[in-house]
Design a protein around this ligand. Structure first.
Ligand code: SF4
Length: 271
């Protein structure tokens, strides 16, 4: 890499707060990384932008100190950066962080008017204490890529003991308790395209405010860099592998079928 400054930005990112990154739906989204130390998730999705997850686990603990996150957040806000929304995501599954509730309330105190949301794989939502920790958020976006255990195992490659049944149980419990907006994000690939009918039935059952249809946008990195969390700076001088994606025509077919079968608000990245 020729530009030394870019190299430092790309590989030596030492902050638990990253961006803001421009999101296709949300505007300037400031990322909060409650995991940070290494990529850690209860899934190891075949399309993950972090690459092969280093620590596939459903262990809930403090991964990074709340104070570190709050100080990193203050630094960005004090620098006067434009932030439309705050998103908990980062180096893996954010609900694995036991102290995420402290981060949510600490950030709310500093910037009460900026909406806060989370991208979660929903694997831990069946636990009462995990749902309670995130009830203060404005929006919860849950990932559902599979309508059955077989596709769930093939696409999401979960930690031992994590099942789709528990994921659905968690989302249903959350729906009863949570006053904010629940959306679903679904990654469509050739592997789950033929599951659209069954997925439609599941989505109808969950009945979220919105279903976002995604497709892998970036090549799969063969190694982890902290900058994998946000927008790539257009630099991938490490090894990557191209992922199979749906053609725009296939994506449109999926979108139309889901809309017909569910009557839900469906939004596709292809549009
Ligand atoms: S849930 Fe998200 S962070 Fe975890 S492996 Fe899947 S895409 Fe990566």
């Amino acid at each position: 890499m020729k530009d030394k400054k870019l190299e430092e930005q790309h590989f030596n990112n030492k902050s638990t707060v990253y961006g803001p990154v421009t999101s296709w739906r949300l505007g300037e989204s400031l990322g909060i990384d409650p995991i940070f130390v290494e990529s850690t998730c209860s899934f190891n999705c075949i399309y993950c932008q972090l690459g092969n997850i280093q620590n596939v686990t459903d262990q809930i603990k403090e991964y990074v100190a709340t104070e570190t996150v709050i100080n990193d957040f203050k630094e960005i806000i004090d620098a006067g950066k434009k932030v439309d929304v705050i998103t908990y995501s980062g180096s893996g599954e954010p609900t694995l962080a036991k102290n995420i509730d402290e981060m949510i309330s600490g950030i709310r105190e500093i910037t009460p008017d900026i909406p806060q949301m989370i991208l979660t794989n929903a694997t831990e939502l069946f636990r009462d204490e995990v749902r309670k920790r995130i009830l203060g958020l404005d929006k919860i976006i849950v990932k559902i890529d599979a309508p059955n255990e077989k596709i769930f195992q093939a696409v999401n490659r979960p930690a031992a003991g994590v099942t789709l049944e528990k994921v659905i149980e968690g989302i249903k419990k959350l729906k009863k308790e949570y006053k904010g907006v629940i959306e679903v994000q679904t990654m469509f690939m050739p592997l789950n395209k033929n599951e659209t009918e069954d997925l439609a039935n599941l989505l109808k059952e969950i009945s979220p405010s919105l279903v976002q249809l995604n497709t892998p946008k970036r090549p799969y990195p063969m190694s982890w860099h902290r900058e994998n969390r946000g927008n790539h700076l257009g630099i991938t001088d490490y090894e990557t592998r191209q992922l199979k994606v749906l053609s725009p025509e296939e994506a449109q077919e999926v979108e139309e079928l889901l809309r017909q079968r569910t009557g839900l608000n469906i939004q596709s990245i292809y549009r």
